[in-house]
Write a protein that binds this ligand. Structure first.
Ligand SMILES: [Fe+2]
Length: 196
């Protein structure tokens, strides 16, 4: 019996809601889920933890449900105030998942809250650093960053795989956990989720 069955069923409903609100974020979340799961498998997480990681990755941006359209769907770059509103999505996501009150929801909620922390402590919302950032959040940051850059947005052209790896390598130790990034580099070369 899967101990997280209820949580996974809620995840499916929330993902559907996200698709209705913002189809791009739903597709992005699905890709982040796939890449994050591959990282988790690569570092040998047990099956039950993989399920929680997968759930957290699928829901990492669920807090965007609460971001007003003029910010969420803005075609251009966000100004400072809009950015502050947008950055609230990680805390909003944590709150949404905590209301599920199911086994594993606290772990998933923490990963969501911290998916924009940077390894050097310059991220948000809590400026956590290094291994104080939950490992699921550190994994999701890598998958999220990769997918965001290889995907075309209205305000940003898609970058090639090699260009994205260059950018991410330069952020090593600042944005990303070096140990997890090394594992990501090894797997993405052979992954079906690698872009040209
Ligand atoms: Fe996010």
């Amino acid at each position: 019996m899967n101990p997280y069955l209820a949580l996974i069923q809620f995840t499916s409903a929330l993902s559907t809601a996200l698709k209705e609100r913002d189809a791009y974020t739903r597709l992005h979340s699905d890709r982040v889920m796939n890449i994050a799961t591959e990282i988790g498998e690569r570092i040998g997480l047990p099956k039950s933890e993989l399920l929680l990681l997968k759930t957290a990755a699928a829901l990492h941006d669920i807090g965007k449900l609460g971001i007003p359209d003029e910010v969420l769907l803005k075609a251009g770059k966000l100004d400072e105030d809009e950015l502050t509103v947008m950055q609230k999505h990680s805390e909003r996501g944590e709150s949404i998942v905590l209301t599920l009150a199911q086994d594993g929801a606290d772990v998933v909620a923490a990963a969501i809250r911290h998916h924009h922390e940077n390894f050097d402590g310059h991220g948000y919302p809590d400026r956590l650093a290094g291994e104080n950032i939950p490992i699921f959040a550190r994994i999701i940051t890598i998958a999220d960053n990769y997918d965001a850059m290889v995907t075309r947005r209205i305000y940003q052209a898609a970058k090639s795989h090699n260009a994205v790896i260059d950018v991410m390598s330069n952020e090593l130790g600042h944005k990303h956990d070096p140990m997890l990034f090394a594992e990501f580099i090894k797997l993405i070369e052979k992954s079906e989720h690698k872009v040209p």
